[in-house]
Design a protein around this ligand. Sequence first.
Ligand SMILES: [Fe+2]
Ligand SMILES: [Fe+2]
Length: 167
Amino acid sequence: MMNLVGKLVWQREYDTGVTEIDLQHRTLFRMFNKVNLELRDDSGRDVWEQAIHDLLGYALFHFWCEEDLATRYGYDQEKHADAIEHFNEHLAFAEAMNDMRSRLRTGERISKAALIDFLRDWLSRHVTDSDQWLLAFILDKQRQAGLHAIESAKRSAVHSSGECTAA
Ligand SMILES: [Fe+2]
Ligand SMILES: [Fe+2]
């Protein structure tokens, strides 16, 4: 029987408008649901290794994208304390997953519930809270930059048409 208990369901309100990040969040939710569905307490060590490898690998890539955006748009400067807290949450996730992998490699058994509860709790809290603040900030900056680009395009159009008319 399929185990659909505790499935993470994407809600439209989690979308922030920063498309690349929204897509990555959906991927993370999908990866979580796949592991929740397929992994068992008694799955082989290679299956466990692979699940943690995939989740951690994709999460690290995702964190890197967010942190790159945060730096590029000045979140770490303007909202320094929030940025530090946010990056620390990423770090805590990576450390917890790394720790589970190390324990697995020393032959320790990890219960599926321990992994799933940790992932569900972390993902649902982080994506619906910390990420929302960061991405609203990014979106705002992107919009300002977009408007700015439109305004300067208009100005240069006026300028060049002015030149044309004058000529
Ligand atoms: Fe995120
Ligand atoms: Fe984040």
